[in-house]
Design a protein around this ligand. Structure first.
Ligand code: ZN
Length: 164
């Protein structure tokens, strides 16, 4: 195999994960750097509103708007209270329903959250209320990186916190 063919193959293998998510399952990345927490959430649109395509009626438009509003609330994530963290404005990116409709069966909502903590030494974890907001979501595969190293956790409605 010529190197160019290998590169083409690698490009195919590394297609965006958006095309292959499992419904009901989101991804969470938590990075702690000194006094800052950065959280990135990737949520299948299906888990948020029950469909993954452009809205067909006012009810579906309202469901999308409600999901965007719910995800735009930084209170969805609660760092250890003793760490005294203040939230910066979250950023929510809803999927674009473009001309390529039908070409891709899936859509994800990407949201990011940031906190600045006055007492980062007390930071022991982050709890999320997201499972109460979105009943179709049953799992978040979480990864964290920070002063105590890296780790992974599976967050569920019964275990909605990542700790370190
Ligand atoms: Zn999907």
């Amino acid at each position: 195999m010529r190197p160019t063919h290998l590169l083409a193959l690698l490009a195919i293998l590394s297609l965006p994960a958006h095309a292959q998510h499992a419904h009901g399952e989101g991804k969470l990345d938590v990075v702690i750097d000194k006094d800052s927490i950065a959280i990135n959430l990737e949520l299948p649109l299906d888990a948020a509103v029950g469909f993954e395509r452009a809205p067909k009626n006012d009810r579906e438009k309202a469901a999308l708007a409600a999901a965007e509003k719910a995800l735009g609330d930084a209170a969805l994530f609660v760092p250890t209270p003793a760490a005294n963290c203040k939230a910066l404005p979250p950023k929510v990116v809803m999927p674009a329903f473009g001309a390529k409709a039908g070409a891709d069966d899936h859509g994800d909502i990407d949201a990011s959250y940031a906190f600045r903590c006055a007492n980062p030494a007390a930071l022991k974890g982050v709890e999320t209320g997201i499972f109460k907001q979105f009943k179709r979501l049953y799992r978040l595969e979480a990864q964290r990186a920070g002063p105590t190293g890296q780790g992974a956790a599976r967050l569920t409605p019964k275990s909605p916190a990542i700790t370190w």
